[in-house]
Design a protein around this ligand. Structure first.
Ligand code: PMP
Length: 382
């Protein structure tokens, strides 16, 4: 069997696991305990991890805040601006129809409280247009939130130009970079953003830890408030005992990504070529959703004619771990809202699967299992 659902979660790199085990064994304190060496040694681990994250993103360590994951980071980035929004009467938010639910549901909640929200849809390419977003900017716009890479299609959004344009207009910009951190390393480094979110478990790190970046230095970010009441951890941005070993895992995953992303990306590209080749020689009729010019090397969203994704996933469970959308919305095999927002027809959405892989994917596993999958696809079609 081959795991082809890296966009949902990646396996942990064993070097990350080793680093975490060391911490669990040797750093037993609370990083915020000031009265003994146990606290001090735990604090050292956390601050070293923060440096590793900062180095991957080429930012300063004091701009890195540990959270429980991208969901929480997205929530803080958006809800944390409430006080500033009320005081300055800036209650207009712009986002896109293809964001993760952690953004869409947060924004929808604020809408119920009286915020005005503009949700911009992409076209068939899977990209949202910068002009469409900029057209919506108003004097009372609080925030623009646009993801870097979509988790279902792998399509890279034009956040680079968007960030620049928003900076010129003095509009705050948040980007959910969960699917790009550790992969599009140079691109993330050059992005102009005020806030950025990601989760460690999408880059071979542990589940349950993520990052919120608050860029204080580059350009004006108002105070971001915590959304939980509690202690002063993470400068009050995220109260609660810091999970020291998880931060160590997150830091190590970032360090490995920084050292290996070039090699990894070349390999991810090879896998994509292989999968496309298998599709081409298999005799199934298919197309790939989204403009492939803009697609990350680790994802393919494939529509196979006459083959329901539900049937395919059920009958190939023992060969491939696949998805037809985000794990966060796939309790049922319901059609993807991301593909829907692109204007893809319901029947095509129902025949679409998401294939995503990573550095841990072996070529032989892919070939063997994917071939089996394609055989079954043909049986279903017939
Ligand atoms: N944003 C994106 C783009 C994602 O792909 C995910 C994970 N599916 C999240 C946010 C949420 O991450 P987590 O579940 O780790 O909080």
């Amino acid at each position: 069997s081959v795991y082809l659902d890296y966009n949902a979660s990646t396996p942990i790199d064993l070097r990350v696991l080793d680093a975490m085990v060391e911490v669990y064994k040797n750093n037993i304190g609370n990083a915020d305990s000031r009265t003994h060496n146990y606290g001090e040694s735990a604090r050292k681990v956390v601050e070293n991890s923060r440096k590793q994250v900062a180095s991957l993103l080429n930012i300063s360590p004091d701009e890195v805040f540990f959270t429980s994951g991208a969901t929480e980071s997205n929530n803080i980035a958006i809800q944390g601006l409430r006080e500033y929004a009320e005081k300055n009467n800036k209650k207009h938010i712009i986002t896109t129809a293809i964001e993760h639910k952690a953004v869409l549901e947060t924004v929808s909640h604020l809408q119920k409280e009286g915020y005005e929200v503009d949700i911009v849809s992409p076209d068939l390419s899977g990209r949202v247009s910068i002009d469409k977003i900029l057209d919506k900017v108003r004097d009372d716009t609080l925030l623009v939130s646009v993801m870097h890479v979509n988790n279902e299609t792998g399509i890279i959004q034009p956040v680079n130009e968007l960030g620049e344009a928003l900076q010129e207009r003095d509009v705050l910009f948040h980007t959910d970079a969960t699917q790009s951190c550790g992969k599009l390393v140079d691109e993330v480094r050059s992005l102009k953003y005020n806030m950025l979110s990601f989760s460690a478990h999408k880059l071979m790190g542990p589940q349950g830890v993520g990052i919120l970046v608050l860029r204080k230095k580059s350009f004006k970010l108002p105070p971001v408030n915590a959304i939980l009441y509690g202690g002063q951890q993470e400068h009050g941005i995220r109260p609660g005992t810091i999970p020291v070993a998880l931060t160590a895992g997150c830091g190590k995953a970032c360090e490995i990504a920084e050292n290996e992303y070039k090699k990894n990306n070349a390999y991810l590209h090879e896998i994509k070529e292989k999968i496309l080749n298998e599709l081409n020689v298999s005799g199934v009729e298919y197309h790939v959703n989204g403009d492939q010019k803009y697609c990350i090397d680790s994802t393919l969203n494939i529509c196979i004619d006459g083959v329901s994704s539900e049937a395919l996933m059920i009958s190939t469970k023992q060969y491939c771990g696949l998805a037809n959308g985000s794990a966060c919305t796939s309790k049922s095999y319901s059609p993807s809202y991301v593909l829907g927002a692109m204007g893809i027809s319901t029947s095509q959405i129902e025949n679409s699967i998401r294939v995503s892989w990573g550095p841990g994917t072996t070529m032989d596993d892919v070939i063997e299992n994917f071939r089996e999958l394609l055989k079954i696809a043909k049986q279903i079609r017939n």
